[in-house]
Design a binder for this molecule. Structure first.
Ligand code: DX5
Ligand code: ZN
Length: 220
């Protein structure tokens, strides 16, 4: 594999100086900015919305990768598109009409992603894979940064990689949750091409070293 995108999750950034944090991780090699939106309803935590996305947009010289953990989801899509999102991903459990939500995202000019929780079966991809730009596999249950990587997701990554390759389309395969330098090799070998990392990037304070270590491991 010759491409491995690293998407630092702002969830573990210093929220008192978010713009500087965005600039710092981009300077350190980030390919995307992962933006976690939680509503205290679909997930038991509350984070940031379109206003904050718009506020960081001037600092984000790489695409903003919005991960919506909200229910319902549709009304927020045009708002995030206007706020500068490039990619918008949502959980099928949070949408009454998955096909409609994907169309809303694409019609708003963004790339569309579907997010599968660790226990969500791959069958949800059956009738929509040809309309997706990205599949995001959760390797923790959504809601919090700093959780441990769930190993049973590794064969799931392999299975989605096979489906994407069989589709013949360019669909990104992103993995989110507990990704660290010490498991990134297995995540990359399983077929991921885009890795989210929150605590592994922000907690040590050495962004370039952390991003470099994850990327190097994943490309092994
Ligand atoms: C979890 C979020 C993740 C999280 C990743 O609900 O979707 O993006 O911030 O953080 P780490 O890398 O610390 O697991
Ligand atoms: Zn996320």
């Amino acid at each position: 594999r010759n491409a491995m995108r690293i998407a630092p999750s702002l969830l573990s950034a210093n929220f008192a100086r978010l713009g500087e944090e965005v600039s710092a991780v981009i300077e350190a090699g980030a390919d995307l900015i992962h933006f976690d939106v939680m509503d205290n309803h679909y997930v038991p935590n509350l984070t940031i919305g379109p206003l904050v996305c718009e506020a960081i947009k001037p600092y984000a010289t790489v695409p903003i990768d919005v991960h919506l953990m909200v229910k319902p989801v549709d009304a927020l899509i045009p708002m995030f598109a206007h706020a500068g999102a490039s990619i918008i991903s949502f959980h099928p459990e949070a949408s009454e009409h998955i096909d409609r939500t994907i169309r809303l995202i694409r019609d708003s000019g963004c790339k569309a992603g579907l997010v599968l929780n660790p226990a969500t079966p791959l069958g949800v991809l059956d009738h929509v894979l040809d309309q997706l730009d990205l599949v995001l596999l959760m390797s923790v249950s959504p809601g919090f940064g700093g959780q441990s990587f769930i190993e049973s997701v590794l064969p799931k990554i392999e299975a989605v990689r096979r489906r994407i390759d069989a589709s013949g389309r360019e669909i990104w395969l992103e993995v989110d949750g507990g990704v660290k330098p010490d498991n990134a090799a297995r995540v990359g070998a399983a077929g991921a091409d885009t890795l989210v990392a929150g605590s592994a990037v922000f907690n040590g304070g050495r962004y370039r070293e952390a991003i470099g270590a994850i990327r190097a491991a994943a490309l092994q």
